[in-house]
Design a protein around this ligand. Structure first.
Ligand code: SAH
Length: 255
């Protein structure tokens, strides 16, 4: 690979972060760092790992302990996703409230196209039960690595390895191609969360949402807005509508 092409590949991959959520075994964190470094990924984010740092993590990272040292620790998923315009959640299972689905290869292509414009996050769940529904609801797409339907759950670091490999192949394929970024700029995860909080509060204010049974409705609305992927202007309009709705509801209660 020519030097310029190698630099281009590295630059594209640098904007894709791997986020491990609540990982149980420190060895898996080390193996993930190794899987990433071999393919040229470098941004590792750990959300409330069970045991970390740990000698087992360093041992399994082998020569990739620099990634571990630079890994960012987070108390919440929210903080790990700050600045990300595209969130992909990997899963061995398909959910009851399914999100738009991509296989590993298509997901890598999508991530690479969008990484020209904003940071991209790839989420990996717990060894025992993967991602929670709530975590899934932060994602724009669900990503599945095609596998044996009767035994579909890979070890987490091996799942990272396959995704990292697909990202590298996609980055190499795109290295000398000018990719057109999407012609709108979706807002980041923090902005989306503010919209969802405002929406929930408004739906409570106007008594559309039953506070004793809120989950299903909010999950569906999240899916709707995550599919639409609004930009800043659209978010401003939606927040304006919500505020006017709250004002009108307050006004009619006062009179
Ligand atoms: N029993 C769990 C599997 C967890 S495996 C479950 O049913 O969800 C740990 C993590 O590895 C998963 O959360 C996911 O991030 C990743 N993973 C494992 N197998 C995968 C597959 N076939 N496709 C995509 N991700 C997978």
């Amino acid at each position: 690979m020519a030097a310029a092409e190698a630099a281009e590949v590295a630059q594209r991959l640098a904007r894709i972060r791997v986020v491990l959520i609540n990982t149980t075994h420190p060895g898996n964190i080390g193996a993930t760092a190794r899987a990433m470094k071999v393919m040229g990924l470098s941004s590792l984010h750990l959300v409330t790992p069970k045991i970390y740092p740990h000698a087992e993590a360093t041992a399994r990272a082998s020569g990739a302990d620099d990634l571990l040292q630079r890994a960012q620790l987070h108390e919440s998923l929210e903080s790990a996703l700050a600045g990300c315009g595209l969130v992909l959640g990997t899963s061995a299972r398909l959910r009851t409230l399914p999100l738009p689905l991509l296989d590993a290869r298509r997901a890598a292509g999508q991530a690479l196209v969008e990484s020209a414009q904003h940071e991209v996050a790839l989420l990996f769940g717990r060894e025992r039960y993967g991602l929670t529904n709530e975590e899934m609801q932060r994602c724009h797409f669900l990503v599945n690595i095609p596998s044996n339907p009767e035994y579909s759950s890979l070890n987490i670091a091996q799942a990272v390895q396959i995704m990292a490999y697909e990202l590298r192949i996609a980055a190499q394929g795109f290295a000398d191609i000018e990719l057109a970024p999407p012609d709108w700029q979706p807002v980041d995860d923090v902005q989306m969360e503010r919209l969802f909080e405002h929406l929930e509060q408004t739906l409570l204010d106007i008594r559309f949402l039953n506070p004793r049974q809120p989950k299903r409705l909010l999950a569906r609305l999240r899916r709707l807005f995550n599919r639409a992927r609004p930009d800043q202007n659209e978010i401003n309009i939606l927040r304006g509508i919500l505020k006017a709705t709250q004002d009108a509801a307050r006004h009619s209660e006062e009179t």
